[in-house]
Design a protein around this ligand. Structure first.
Ligand code: NAD
Ligand code: UFG
Length: 339
């Protein structure tokens, strides 16, 4: 069975490629390397001892997508490729709409032409906006609070319309909560460009000495310690969620939606403490103003994925912190020069 992985050189994509190869899928990666490095794919091959095909190609270039489908008989697509920085999406929304939506439309058009109608889409907990209650279930109301989130919501709607027009499509919308951690080998991990926006890469860059201290965005939320609470999920658990989704997709389920989260919320201060324990380093931090657009708390009800996919996140906060630190200390500059 051959799977096309768009965005496969990126953080979640590279971890998913490892698990796909471990399960003996044939893997073709399409990535324009706009936020990643081919080095991640060399390392995927090292970890698994298996090879994959890589196309440096852009979803905005339909001819390049056509070339991949002409050269391979693809059975299904896992579609990770997209831009994901929330703040940047507010400053340059047109770039986000063009890249994420036009890129997806190009991909879907080529899939349709080649009669490849099985797709897993990387959606996000951001589509729930500021939830009225917790934990979050898949049927909760949806809304977007920034252009990045709107691209996720719009793509979900496009995929719903596509399915309603042609019931031969099988579509899984996977709504990820907050991925962190790295492969236990320390060979692949998250390698953000510039100063990280997200909590975990920021903490690990403080631990390694690249940044002086963590700014904790607000301690006056209605949460146990006043700091934001999120459902942090180990990236390998997340990758395994895709492995459990594929067989489901090949049973012709139509359009299905799953939360991929742990069901547990940890606060920013709990994450800092967890990282201190894993790294044996003091993480200096200061409390600053809330970050505009942040919500107080967010965690999943992952029951549906457990019941219908037989998937459940197994790794602990200690695993996530230990594996992030292992990646960071082995690769203080991430994938280095090649980025
Ligand atoms: P990432 O930036 O590491 O990976 C995305 C990959 O897509 C990169 O390798 C990038 O080069 C590639 N890409 C972007 N635009 C492309 C285009 N036009 N053509 C070809 N390749 C392109 O991000 P990630 O954290 O691995 O996220 C993967 C997916 O999961 C994204 O769609 C993201 O929005 C979604 N997601 C991520 C998170 C998170 O916190 N990391 C949470 C929820 C959802
Ligand atoms: N935080 C800090 N300091 C930082 C960074 C973050 O205190 O330097 C706090 C935030 O205020 C929040 C928590 O840490 O309370 C998590 O923030 P992240 O930026 O790591 O993650 P978000 O929950 O804001 O958003 C992330 C992705 C979104 C995705 C969402 C759900 O950035 O794209 O998870 O999957 F939609």
């Amino acid at each position: 069975m051959k799977i096309l992985v768009t965005g496969g050189a990126g953080y979640i994509g590279s971890h998913t490629c490892v698990e796909l190869l471990n399960e003996n899928y044939d893997v073709v990666v399409l990535d324009n390397l706009s936020n990643s490095s081919e080095e991640s794919l060399f390392r995927v091959k090292n970890i698994t001892g298996k090879s994959l095909e890589f196309y440096k190609a852009d979803l905005l270039n339909k001819k390049q997508i056509l070339a991949v489908f002409s050269e391979h008989k693809i059975d299904g697509v896992i579609h990770f490729a997209g831009l994901k920085a929330v703040g940047e999406s507010v400053s340059i929304p047109l770039k986000y709409f063009h890249n994420n939506i036009t890129g997806t439309l190009n991909l879907l058009a080529v899939m349709n032409d080649f009669n490849v109608k099985n797709i897993v889409f990387s959606s996000s907990a951001t589509v729930y906006g500021d939830p009225a209650s917790l934990p979050i279930k898949e049927e909760f109301p949806l809304s977007a609070t920034n252009p990045y989130g709107r691209t996720k919501l719009m793509i979900e709607e496009i995929l719903q319309d596509l399915y309603h027009s042609d019931k031969n499509w099988n579509i899984a919308l996977l709504r990820y909560f907050n991925p962190m951690g790295a492969h236990k080998s320390g060979e692949i991990g998250e390698d953000p460009c510039g100063i990280p926006n997200n909590l975990m890469p920021y903490i690990s860059q403080v631990a390694i000495g690249l940044l002086p201290q963590v700014s904790v965005f607000g301690n006056d939320y209605d949460t146990p310690d006043g700091t934001g609470v999120r459902d942090f999920i180990h990236v390998v658990d997340l990758a395994l969620g895709h492995i459990k989704t594929l067989p489901k997709l090949f049973t012709n389920p139509g359009l299905v939606i799953y939360n991929l989260g742990t069901g547990i919320g940890y606060s920013v201060l709990e994450i800092i403490k967890g990282f201190e324990a894993a790294s044996n380093k003091k993480i200096p931090y200061k409390i600053v103003d809330r970050r505009p657009g942040d919500i107080a708390a967010c965690w999943a009800d992952p029951t549906k994925a457990k019941e219908e996919l037989g998937w459940k996140a197994n790794k602990t906060l200690a695993d996530m912190c230990k594996d992030t630190w292992n990646w960071q200390k082995n690769n203080p500059n991430g994938y280095g020069e090649s980025l």
